[in-house]
Design a protein around this ligand. Structure first.
Ligand SMILES: C[S@@+](CC[C@H](N)C(=O)[O-])C[C@H]1O[C@@H](n2cnc3c(N)ncnc32)[C@H](O)[C@@H]1O
Length: 172
Protein backbone atom coordinates (compact mmCIF):
# COMPACT_ATOMS: atom_id res chain seq x y z
CA UNK A 1 0.00 0.00 0.00
CA UNK A 2 1.31 3.47 -0.84
CA UNK A 3 1.44 5.95 2.02
CA UNK A 4 -2.12 6.76 3.03
CA UNK A 5 -3.34 10.35 3.03
CA UNK A 6 -5.79 11.62 5.62
CA UNK A 7 -8.92 12.83 3.81
CA UNK A 8 -9.24 16.60 3.86
CA UNK A 9 -12.34 18.39 5.13
CA UNK A 10 -13.41 19.34 1.56
CA UNK A 11 -13.00 15.66 0.54
CA UNK A 12 -15.18 14.58 3.44
CA UNK A 13 -17.74 17.30 2.79
CA UNK A 14 -18.15 16.09 -0.80
CA UNK A 15 -18.83 12.54 0.44
CA UNK A 16 -21.40 13.56 3.04
CA UNK A 17 -25.00 14.75 2.85
CA UNK A 18 -25.56 18.48 2.67
CA UNK A 19 -28.39 18.34 5.18
CA UNK A 20 -29.25 16.14 8.17
CA UNK A 21 -31.31 13.07 7.18
CA UNK A 22 -35.06 13.22 7.72
CA UNK A 23 -36.94 10.69 9.81
CA UNK A 24 -36.35 7.34 8.09
CA UNK A 25 -38.20 5.71 10.97
CA UNK A 26 -35.96 2.67 10.76
CA UNK A 27 -33.49 2.87 13.67
CA UNK A 28 -34.53 4.76 16.79
CA UNK A 29 -32.06 4.89 19.66
CA UNK A 30 -33.86 5.36 22.96
CA UNK A 31 -31.90 6.49 26.03
CA UNK A 32 -35.09 6.39 28.08
CA UNK A 33 -33.55 6.97 31.53
CA UNK A 34 -30.77 9.46 30.80
CA UNK A 35 -28.54 11.01 33.43
CA UNK A 36 -25.74 12.88 31.62
CA UNK A 37 -26.45 15.31 28.79
CA UNK A 38 -23.02 14.80 27.29
CA UNK A 39 -23.89 11.19 26.43
CA UNK A 40 -27.03 12.34 24.61
CA UNK A 41 -24.92 14.71 22.51
CA UNK A 42 -22.50 11.91 21.63
CA UNK A 43 -25.37 9.59 20.69
CA UNK A 44 -26.91 12.29 18.50
CA UNK A 45 -23.69 12.46 16.52
CA UNK A 46 -23.73 8.70 15.93
CA UNK A 47 -27.41 8.94 14.92
CA UNK A 48 -26.44 11.42 12.23
CA UNK A 49 -23.63 9.13 11.04
CA UNK A 50 -25.81 6.03 10.61
CA UNK A 51 -29.15 7.64 9.69
CA UNK A 52 -30.90 6.93 13.00
CA UNK A 53 -33.26 9.04 15.10
CA UNK A 54 -33.28 9.46 18.87
CA UNK A 55 -36.26 9.14 21.23
CA UNK A 56 -35.93 10.82 24.64
CA UNK A 57 -38.29 11.77 27.45
CA UNK A 58 -39.23 15.42 27.54
CA UNK A 59 -37.54 16.11 30.89
CA UNK A 60 -36.92 19.80 31.64
CA UNK A 61 -33.11 19.61 31.23
CA UNK A 62 -32.97 17.55 28.03
CA UNK A 63 -33.77 20.08 25.26
CA UNK A 64 -30.93 22.28 26.50
CA UNK A 65 -28.55 19.35 26.87
CA UNK A 66 -29.28 18.25 23.30
CA UNK A 67 -28.89 21.78 21.94
CA UNK A 68 -25.48 22.08 23.60
CA UNK A 69 -24.41 18.52 22.86
CA UNK A 70 -25.29 18.70 19.16
CA UNK A 71 -21.83 19.66 17.90
CA UNK A 72 -23.00 19.12 14.32
CA UNK A 73 -24.96 22.37 14.58
CA UNK A 74 -27.68 21.05 12.24
CA UNK A 75 -31.08 20.04 13.64
CA UNK A 76 -31.22 16.28 14.16
CA UNK A 77 -34.15 13.85 14.23
CA UNK A 78 -35.43 13.71 17.81
CA UNK A 79 -38.73 12.11 18.91
CA UNK A 80 -39.95 13.59 22.19
CA UNK A 81 -41.68 11.27 24.64
CA UNK A 82 -44.35 12.82 26.84
CA UNK A 83 -45.42 10.77 29.84
CA UNK A 84 -44.19 7.35 30.91
CA UNK A 85 -41.34 5.93 28.87
CA UNK A 86 -42.33 2.30 29.55
CA UNK A 87 -45.76 2.98 28.05
CA UNK A 88 -44.12 4.58 25.01
CA UNK A 89 -41.94 1.49 24.62
CA UNK A 90 -44.93 -0.83 24.93
CA UNK A 91 -46.68 1.14 22.16
CA UNK A 92 -43.63 0.79 19.89
CA UNK A 93 -43.68 -2.95 20.45
CA UNK A 94 -47.38 -3.41 19.84
CA UNK A 95 -46.99 -1.26 16.72
CA UNK A 96 -44.61 -3.85 15.27
CA UNK A 97 -41.17 -2.46 16.05
CA UNK A 98 -38.41 -4.78 17.18
CA UNK A 99 -37.13 -3.78 20.63
CA UNK A 100 -33.40 -4.35 21.15
CA UNK A 101 -31.99 -3.68 24.63
CA UNK A 102 -28.33 -2.80 24.98
CA UNK A 103 -27.60 -4.39 28.32
CA UNK A 104 -25.48 -6.88 30.24
CA UNK A 105 -28.07 -9.52 31.13
CA UNK A 106 -27.81 -13.26 31.62
CA UNK A 107 -29.81 -13.74 28.42
CA UNK A 108 -27.98 -11.25 26.20
CA UNK A 109 -26.65 -12.28 22.82
CA UNK A 110 -23.20 -11.06 21.79
CA UNK A 111 -22.83 -8.05 19.54
CA UNK A 112 -21.22 -10.20 16.81
CA UNK A 113 -24.41 -12.29 16.63
CA UNK A 114 -26.76 -9.32 16.23
CA UNK A 115 -28.11 -9.23 12.66
CA UNK A 116 -28.59 -6.06 10.60
CA UNK A 117 -32.02 -4.51 11.29
CA UNK A 118 -34.56 -5.48 8.60
CA UNK A 119 -37.52 -3.63 10.14
CA UNK A 120 -38.17 -0.63 12.37
CA UNK A 121 -36.04 -1.16 15.46
CA UNK A 122 -35.95 0.66 18.79
CA UNK A 123 -32.60 0.40 20.58
CA UNK A 124 -33.05 0.84 24.33
CA UNK A 125 -30.15 2.15 26.40
CA UNK A 126 -29.92 2.00 30.20
CA UNK A 127 -29.39 4.57 32.91
CA UNK A 128 -25.70 5.43 33.42
CA UNK A 129 -25.66 4.06 36.99
CA UNK A 130 -28.48 1.57 37.22
CA UNK A 131 -28.96 0.21 33.70
CA UNK A 132 -32.33 -0.70 32.13
CA UNK A 133 -34.97 -1.01 34.87
CA UNK A 134 -37.19 -4.10 35.23
CA UNK A 135 -40.16 -2.49 33.45
CA UNK A 136 -37.91 -1.89 30.43
CA UNK A 137 -36.31 -5.35 30.43
CA UNK A 138 -39.79 -6.93 30.26
CA UNK A 139 -40.45 -5.25 26.92
CA UNK A 140 -37.28 -6.32 25.10
CA UNK A 141 -37.37 -8.78 22.21
CA UNK A 142 -33.65 -9.33 22.60
CA UNK A 143 -30.81 -7.95 24.72
CA UNK A 144 -27.33 -7.51 23.29
CA UNK A 145 -24.08 -7.43 25.21
CA UNK A 146 -20.77 -6.03 24.01
CA UNK A 147 -18.06 -8.40 25.21
CA UNK A 148 -15.35 -6.86 27.38
CA UNK A 149 -12.00 -8.24 28.53
CA UNK A 150 -10.93 -5.35 30.76
CA UNK A 151 -11.43 -4.52 34.41
CA UNK A 152 -14.39 -2.15 34.10
CA UNK A 153 -17.92 -3.43 34.68
CA UNK A 154 -19.32 -1.71 31.64
CA UNK A 155 -18.75 0.72 28.79
CA UNK A 156 -19.87 4.31 28.59
CA UNK A 157 -23.51 4.22 27.50
CA UNK A 158 -22.90 6.34 24.37
CA UNK A 159 -20.05 4.07 23.28
CA UNK A 160 -22.20 0.97 23.82
CA UNK A 161 -25.15 2.52 21.96
CA UNK A 162 -22.93 3.61 19.08
CA UNK A 163 -21.45 0.14 18.57
CA UNK A 164 -24.90 -1.42 18.47
CA UNK A 165 -26.23 1.24 16.09
CA UNK A 166 -23.38 0.59 13.66
CA UNK A 167 -24.05 -3.15 13.74
CA UNK A 168 -27.81 -2.77 13.22
CA UNK A 169 -27.24 -0.27 10.42
CA UNK A 170 -24.92 -2.72 8.67
CA UNK A 171 -22.13 -0.20 8.47
CA UNK A 172 -19.49 -2.35 10.15
C1 LIG B 1 -22.60 2.39 32.59
S1 LIG B 1 -23.74 1.20 32.11
C2 LIG B 1 -24.77 0.85 33.53
C3 LIG B 1 -24.08 0.49 34.76
C4 LIG B 1 -23.97 -0.99 34.97
N1 LIG B 1 -25.21 -1.56 35.43
C5 LIG B 1 -22.85 -1.25 35.96
O1 LIG B 1 -23.08 -1.84 36.99
O2 LIG B 1 -21.72 -0.83 35.68
C6 LIG B 1 -24.92 2.16 31.25
C7 LIG B 1 -25.56 1.50 30.08
O3 LIG B 1 -24.59 1.32 29.06
C8 LIG B 1 -24.90 0.17 28.30
N2 LIG B 1 -23.74 -0.73 28.37
C9 LIG B 1 -22.55 -0.44 28.91
N3 LIG B 1 -21.68 -1.42 28.72
C10 LIG B 1 -22.32 -2.38 28.02
C11 LIG B 1 -21.93 -3.65 27.48
N4 LIG B 1 -20.70 -4.14 27.63
N5 LIG B 1 -22.86 -4.36 26.80
C12 LIG B 1 -24.11 -3.88 26.62
N6 LIG B 1 -24.53 -2.70 27.12
C13 LIG B 1 -23.66 -1.94 27.79
C14 LIG B 1 -26.18 -0.37 28.88
O4 LIG B 1 -27.27 0.19 28.18
C15 LIG B 1 -26.14 0.15 30.30
O5 LIG B 1 -27.41 0.19 30.88
Amino acid sequence: MTAARVKSRPDLRRQRRQRAHGCWNHLIVAPLWPKHGVNLGTMLRTCDAVGACMAVPRLPWIPDALAHGNTLRKPQCVHWINGRVDRWLARQRSGGSAIVGVELTDESIRLADLPVARRRTVIVLGHESTGIPAEGLELLDVAVEIPMVGTGHSLNVAVAGSLVLYKLAGLC
